[in-house]
Design a protein around this ligand. Structure first.
Ligand code: NAP
Length: 207
């Protein structure tokens, strides 16, 4: 498959690019700097320089599916990135394709008040943009991970409509994203995921 990764230089995005490449897929990677572009080339991906607040659509050329792994992070620009930019990408895909769209969102989007207070603003923004994706008519999957870590992944997860609060390795979030791209059972589904004891494919088959 040809897959466009948005947020390709981020923690989860880098893992997605790497795993897709290892699985033999063609990857187009949206990045913001030349250094990130060089890193993508080293991983065998085709970089596209762009910015979600400006020009970015070239990354979609030839794509069969799109992964969203972007986020405002420490910049705090939640409305611009996790909100408006995600909705803009979904609208663009609705108009011109491709239809398959896997989004990395966050645990707690459906219950921000139950999450740590510092997360409430971004979760409230993501709640609106996730709903926009769900109503877009796209073949979406929304993956809502718990707290992200840079520990090595285990390949084993717990998935549920609402999972217990917990952590998951970025490497394992990427495994889930890559598995979703290959698994039509995940189309139209939104779920939370943390580290657990089920094989990723078995856990996805059970949703
Ligand atoms: N941190 C957590 O514990 C946690 C928990 C649950 C869910 N999440 C969510 O999971 C997702 C992935 O998290 P992560 O930690 O892997 O993210 P990350 O490392 O912060 O990466 C986010 C990526 O988005 C890119 N980005 C931001 N603004 C952009 C713009 N205007 N144009 C193009 N790209 C832009 C960044 O580009 P640059 O590299 O150029 O800055 C970066 O590559 C995010 O949506 C996050 O909110 C995080």
């Amino acid at each position: 498959m040809n897959i466009a990764v948005i947020g390709a230089a981020g923690g989860v995005g880098r893992q997605v690019v790497s795993q897709l490449g290892q699985a033999g897929h063609q990857v187009r990677a949206l990045v913001r700097t030349q250094a990130q572009a060089d890193m993508m080339t080293l991983h065998g991906a085709m970089p596209n320089m762009g910015d979600l607040t400006g020009e970015w659509k070239q990354v979609l050329d030839g794509a069969d599916a799109v992964v969203w792994a972007a986020g405002a992070g420490m910049s705090g620009q939640y409305q611009a990135i996790d909100g408006d930019a995600l909705e803009n990408v979904a609208d663009t895909l609705s108009q011109q394709g491709p239809k398959r769209f896997v989004v990395v969102s966050s645990m707690g989007v459906d219950r921000p008040e139950a999450m740590p207070p510092f997360l409430i603003p971004v979760l409230k923004v993501k709640a609106v943009s996730d709903a926009h994706v769900q109503e877009s008519g796209l073949d979406f999957t929304i993956v809502r991970p718990g707290g992200l870590s840079d520990q090595p992944g285990t390949g084993r997860v717990q998935i549920g409509l609402q999972a217990p609060r917990g952590q998951i390795a970025r490497e394992d979030v990427a495994r889930v994203v890559v598995a979703c791209l290959m698994d039509d059972n995940t189309v139209g589904k939104t779920f939370e995921v943390i580290g657990g004891d089920m094989d990723v494919h078995d856990a996805l088959a059970a949703i």
